[in-house]
Design a protein around this ligand. Structure first.
Ligand code: SME
Length: 154
Protein backbone atom coordinates (compact mmCIF):
# COMPACT_ATOMS: atom_id res chain seq x y z
CA UNK A 1 0.00 0.00 0.00
CA UNK A 2 1.42 3.42 -0.86
CA UNK A 3 2.22 5.72 2.03
CA UNK A 4 -0.46 8.34 1.30
CA UNK A 5 -3.21 5.72 1.06
CA UNK A 6 -1.91 4.06 4.22
CA UNK A 7 -1.94 7.35 6.14
CA UNK A 8 -5.48 8.17 4.98
CA UNK A 9 -6.71 4.79 6.13
CA UNK A 10 -4.99 5.08 9.53
CA UNK A 11 -6.52 8.53 10.08
CA UNK A 12 -10.01 7.09 9.62
CA UNK A 13 -9.24 4.05 11.77
CA UNK A 14 -7.94 6.12 14.68
CA UNK A 15 -11.27 7.99 14.82
CA UNK A 16 -13.26 4.76 14.49
CA UNK A 17 -11.25 2.94 17.18
CA UNK A 18 -11.45 5.87 19.62
CA UNK A 19 -15.23 5.87 19.20
CA UNK A 20 -15.55 2.08 19.68
CA UNK A 21 -13.33 2.10 22.80
CA UNK A 22 -15.71 4.47 24.56
CA UNK A 23 -17.86 1.37 25.10
CA UNK A 24 -15.03 -0.97 26.18
CA UNK A 25 -15.47 -1.95 29.83
CA UNK A 26 -11.84 -3.04 30.30
CA UNK A 27 -8.45 -3.39 28.66
CA UNK A 28 -9.09 -6.91 27.29
CA UNK A 29 -12.26 -5.87 25.46
CA UNK A 30 -10.40 -2.81 24.14
CA UNK A 31 -7.46 -4.95 22.91
CA UNK A 32 -9.89 -7.37 21.22
CA UNK A 33 -11.67 -4.48 19.50
CA UNK A 34 -8.41 -2.89 18.28
CA UNK A 35 -7.19 -6.26 16.92
CA UNK A 36 -10.42 -6.88 15.05
CA UNK A 37 -10.62 -3.44 13.46
CA UNK A 38 -6.98 -3.46 12.36
CA UNK A 39 -7.10 -7.02 11.02
CA UNK A 40 -10.23 -6.39 8.99
CA UNK A 41 -9.29 -2.95 7.65
CA UNK A 42 -5.59 -3.33 6.89
CA UNK A 43 -5.09 -5.80 4.01
CA UNK A 44 -1.41 -6.39 4.70
CA UNK A 45 -1.93 -7.31 8.39
CA UNK A 46 -1.56 -11.10 8.41
CA UNK A 47 -1.50 -11.35 12.21
CA UNK A 48 -2.28 -8.59 14.70
CA UNK A 49 -2.59 -8.76 18.44
CA UNK A 50 -1.32 -8.15 21.92
CA UNK A 51 1.12 -9.85 24.24
CA UNK A 52 0.96 -8.90 27.93
CA UNK A 53 4.31 -8.21 29.59
CA UNK A 54 5.09 -9.66 33.02
CA UNK A 55 8.50 -7.97 33.27
CA UNK A 56 10.18 -11.23 32.21
CA UNK A 57 8.06 -12.86 29.56
CA UNK A 58 5.15 -12.10 27.24
CA UNK A 59 1.81 -13.91 27.35
CA UNK A 60 -0.54 -13.77 24.40
CA UNK A 61 -3.67 -11.64 24.71
CA UNK A 62 -6.45 -10.79 22.25
CA UNK A 63 -5.44 -11.27 18.61
CA UNK A 64 -6.65 -11.95 15.07
CA UNK A 65 -4.99 -14.26 12.58
CA UNK A 66 -3.52 -17.76 12.67
CA UNK A 67 -2.83 -19.39 16.07
CA UNK A 68 0.29 -17.85 17.64
CA UNK A 69 2.89 -18.75 20.28
CA UNK A 70 1.28 -18.34 23.69
CA UNK A 71 4.38 -17.46 25.69
CA UNK A 72 7.45 -15.57 24.41
CA UNK A 73 10.57 -15.80 26.54
CA UNK A 74 14.27 -15.08 26.30
CA UNK A 75 14.41 -13.67 22.75
CA UNK A 76 12.37 -12.27 19.90
CA UNK A 77 11.21 -8.98 18.45
CA UNK A 78 8.36 -8.55 20.94
CA UNK A 79 10.63 -8.95 23.95
CA UNK A 80 13.19 -6.54 22.44
CA UNK A 81 10.46 -3.91 22.07
CA UNK A 82 9.16 -4.45 25.63
CA UNK A 83 12.66 -4.26 27.13
CA UNK A 84 13.76 -1.21 25.12
CA UNK A 85 10.34 0.47 25.57
CA UNK A 86 10.56 1.37 21.87
CA UNK A 87 8.76 0.53 18.64
CA UNK A 88 10.74 -1.99 16.57
CA UNK A 89 10.30 -2.28 12.79
CA UNK A 90 11.77 -5.41 11.18
CA UNK A 91 11.70 -5.31 7.33
CA UNK A 92 12.94 -8.92 7.08
CA UNK A 93 12.29 -11.12 10.11
CA UNK A 94 14.74 -13.77 8.84
CA UNK A 95 17.56 -11.30 9.43
CA UNK A 96 16.57 -10.43 13.02
CA UNK A 97 18.74 -12.42 15.44
CA UNK A 98 16.47 -14.36 17.82
CA UNK A 99 13.24 -13.72 15.91
CA UNK A 100 10.51 -16.15 17.03
CA UNK A 101 8.58 -17.54 14.06
CA UNK A 102 5.06 -18.38 15.18
CA UNK A 103 4.05 -18.74 11.54
CA UNK A 104 6.60 -19.28 8.77
CA UNK A 105 4.55 -17.16 6.36
CA UNK A 106 5.45 -13.93 8.21
CA UNK A 107 8.23 -11.92 6.56
CA UNK A 108 8.10 -8.49 8.19
CA UNK A 109 6.92 -7.23 11.53
CA UNK A 110 6.31 -4.18 13.73
CA UNK A 111 6.06 -4.23 17.52
CA UNK A 112 4.79 -1.24 19.51
CA UNK A 113 5.06 -1.10 23.31
CA UNK A 114 1.88 -0.41 25.30
CA UNK A 115 2.64 1.75 28.33
CA UNK A 116 0.63 2.58 31.42
CA UNK A 117 0.26 6.11 32.74
CA UNK A 118 3.48 5.66 34.73
CA UNK A 119 5.33 4.91 31.47
CA UNK A 120 5.88 1.23 32.28
CA UNK A 121 5.45 -1.34 29.52
CA UNK A 122 2.42 -3.51 30.25
CA UNK A 123 1.98 -5.16 26.84
CA UNK A 124 3.05 -4.94 23.21
CA UNK A 125 1.05 -4.68 20.00
CA UNK A 126 2.55 -7.00 17.37
CA UNK A 127 1.70 -6.94 13.66
CA UNK A 128 3.05 -9.40 11.09
CA UNK A 129 2.91 -9.22 7.28
CA UNK A 130 3.51 -11.85 4.61
CA UNK A 131 5.37 -9.24 2.55
CA UNK A 132 8.87 -7.93 3.19
CA UNK A 133 9.23 -4.31 4.29
CA UNK A 134 5.52 -3.71 4.94
CA UNK A 135 5.97 -1.38 7.91
CA UNK A 136 7.23 2.19 7.94
CA UNK A 137 7.23 5.21 10.22
CA UNK A 138 3.61 5.81 9.23
CA UNK A 139 2.61 2.48 10.82
CA UNK A 140 4.70 3.33 13.89
CA UNK A 141 3.17 6.77 14.26
CA UNK A 142 -0.48 5.65 14.03
CA UNK A 143 -0.15 2.36 15.93
CA UNK A 144 1.53 4.30 18.77
CA UNK A 145 -1.44 6.68 18.74
CA UNK A 146 -3.87 3.73 18.87
CA UNK A 147 -2.18 1.93 21.80
CA UNK A 148 -2.20 5.19 23.78
CA UNK A 149 -5.98 4.76 24.07
CA UNK A 150 -5.25 1.77 26.35
CA UNK A 151 -3.71 4.04 29.02
CA UNK A 152 -7.20 4.74 30.24
CA UNK A 153 -7.39 1.30 31.89
CA UNK A 154 -3.91 1.26 33.44
N1 SME B 1 7.69 -12.77 15.92
C1 SME B 1 7.47 -12.46 17.31
C2 SME B 1 6.65 -13.53 17.98
C3 SME B 1 5.19 -13.32 17.93
S1 SME B 1 4.46 -13.75 16.48
O1 SME B 1 5.05 -13.08 15.36
C4 SME B 1 2.80 -13.57 16.54
C5 SME B 1 8.78 -12.26 18.04
O2 SME B 1 9.86 -12.52 17.49
O3 SME B 1 8.75 -11.82 19.18
Amino acid sequence: MDEAKKEGRYKRLVVQIEELLKKSPDDISAMATISSVLFNKMDYFFWVGFYRYTGIKLIVGPYQGPPACQVLEGKGVCLASAEKKKTVIVPNVHEFPGHIACDSRSNSEIVVPVKNRAGEVVAVLDVDSKDFGSFTNIDAQYLEQIVKFLEKWS
